[in-house]
Design a protein around this ligand. Structure first.
Ligand SMILES: Cc1cc2nc3c(=O)[nH]c(=O)nc-3n(C[C@H](O)[C@H](O)[C@H](O)COP(=O)(O)OP(=O)(O)OC[C@H]3O[C@@H](n4cnc5c(N)ncnc54)[C@H](O)[C@@H]3O)c2cc1C
Length: 429
């Protein structure tokens, strides 16, 4: 556990897993994975099930990234939306991506059941509007999902019905999806890690990769170096995502690591908590700088929102989130915040996921843009398929065009702040 974990409600409510020793000396494996979040752990399990040997290097501890601190909302589709994907890759590939995202949701539930992962999974998700113009957008989205994609688990929820589910004056209408849901992300990630460990994946914690020597030929090995050791492997998967930093500059250029924060209230008790979201769905509003919230299994409200690039201490975010909670639920004016934590969400400028190769055998996964709880799992499976020789599905994603985020090395942070101000302004219009 690190200082950053002390205020994370998920860490506090998850039994500590057995630690994995850091890498020392040289180790060989068929595949070396950088990053112990859902992407890396999913790829590891799928690879070992296909007969590969796998070594996974994690800079801190498993689940330290978004995977162990997220809102836990497991949402259908892509943050970019299908229309944007159709423009980026054409209708046929956009359709394949849609099918893969749905497969990801099914896979998530199957894995939870197969490996008996106790992660408090609950079905149901609501995407809610906060302005009259959002009603039209949400209605159009439901129609398009029904007609173009045959996705029938979504339905429009009008203002009156919505008030009976989420008793807040703030929301105008919403989409309810019975196929999406929510879970406790730290338990989910560590459950996946336990399954990978049992299957034989060699995991090393406190083992930050500081240098990569990527083979330029398919028949040569790559090397991943940490301070105290090296992994030699034929294949490499870089799954460090928003926490990868500058290890691979060409990946950093394509990603915005956007700070977002979550607060957990004190325990409200079953009656008070269930009155806030009567169907126990996860809720997210439609804004770019969105509020997202859900009930926890122990009857708290978990409320996320607000973004930052400068890093804000957890106590300040508790104060800010408390104000946002009261804006949605004035009835919680006397409620205490018990935990507040944050993390970096992996967002691409076009909000489509960013997968690809840096060398013939060096793969990467990043940029799930707020949909990683589902997509990171299926992304790991697609990478395992590609390494095993069937790259068709991985390559549908690798074809998505991604621009560099503007700003270059020196102006990147100010450019991010300006971009964020622009998106906040759009939300207000
Ligand atoms: C506060 C917050 C709320 C979110 N809410 C939601 C949500 O409700 N729904 C949703 O779908 N998504 C949400 N997300 C996004 C989601 O958590 C991520 O998309 C997802 O977890 C990405 O998984 P990953 O395995 O790719 O990356 P991560 O979980 O970030 O894992 C990457 C790992 O790589 C390690 N690493 C980095 N560099 C190195 C290195 N050099 N060497 C070794 N290891 C390294 C890191 O320590 C980290 O553990 C949220 C994210 C945050 C931060």
């Amino acid at each position: 556990m690190t200082d950053a974990d002390a205020q994370n409600f998920y860490v506090a409510s998850t039994p500590p897993p057995p630690p994995h020793a850091p890498l020392r000396g040289e180790t060989r494996a068929d595949v070396c994975i950088v990053g112990g979040g859902i992407s890396g752990l999913s790829a590891a399990l799928h690879l070992i099930e296909r007969g590969f040997t796998v070594a996974l290097l994690e800079a801190k501890h498993l689940g330290f990234g978004g995977s162990g601190r997220s809102g836990g909302q497991c949402i259908f589709g892509y943050a970019s939306g299908q229309e944007k994907l159709e423009k980026l890759v054409g209708a046929a590939d956009a359709r394949s991506m849609w099918d893969i995202a749905l497969e990801g949701m099914k896979l998530q539930r199957e894995l939870i059941a197969r490996h008996s992962i106790g992660c408090d999974y609950v079905a149901g998700h609501m995407h809610v509007g906060v302005k009259a113009r959002h009603d039209t957008e949400l209605r159009a989205e439901v129609e398009s999902l029904h007609e173009s994609y045959g996705y029938r688990s979504v339905r429009l929820v009008g203002r009156e019905e919505l008030r009976t589910i989420v008793p807040s004056e703030r929301y105008t209408s919403g989409i309810y999806d019975s196929n999406s849901g929510h879970l406790q992300p730290c338990k989910y990630t560590l459950g996946r890690a336990a399954a990978a460990t049992r299957a034989g994946v060699k995991i090393f914690e406190n083992s930050r990769v500081t240098k990569l020597d990527m083979a330029t030929h398919a028949n040569a090995d790559s090397l991943a170096h940490t301070e105290s050791g090296t992994v030699r492997a034929r294949h490499l998967l870089i799954a460090g995502n928003a926490l990868l930093g500058r290890l691979v500059p060409e990946l950093a250029r394509k990603l915005m690591a956007v700070g977002t924060y979550i607060a957990a209230t004190e325990v409200l008790g079953p009656e008070r908590a269930s009155a806030l979201i009567t169907n126990n769905a996860a809720v997210a509003d439609i804004n770019w700088v969105l509020d997202y919230f859900r009930r926890s299994a122990d009857h708290r409200l978990l409320f996320g929102g607000r973004v930052s690039y400068s890093g804000v201490d957890p106590f300040d975010s508790a104060r800010v989130l408390s104000a946002r909670i009261r804006r949605v639920f004035p009835q919680l004016h006397d409620t205490r915040i018990e935990y507040a934590w944050g993390g970096y969400v992996d967002i691409t400028p076009n909000r489509a996921p960013h997968f690809g190769r840096l060398a013939p055998n060096a793969y990467f996964l990043q940029g799930f843009s707020g949909h990683g709880m589902v997509l990171a799992g299926i992304a790991g499976k697609l990478t395992a398929e590609a390494i095993a020789g069937s790259a068709e599905r991985f390559d549908v994603f690798a074809k998505i065009p991604h621009g560099d985020f503007p700003g270059g090395t020196y102006f990147r942070r100010p450019a991010l702040v300006l971009a964020m101000l622009w998106f906040r302004l759009k939300d207000l219009l």
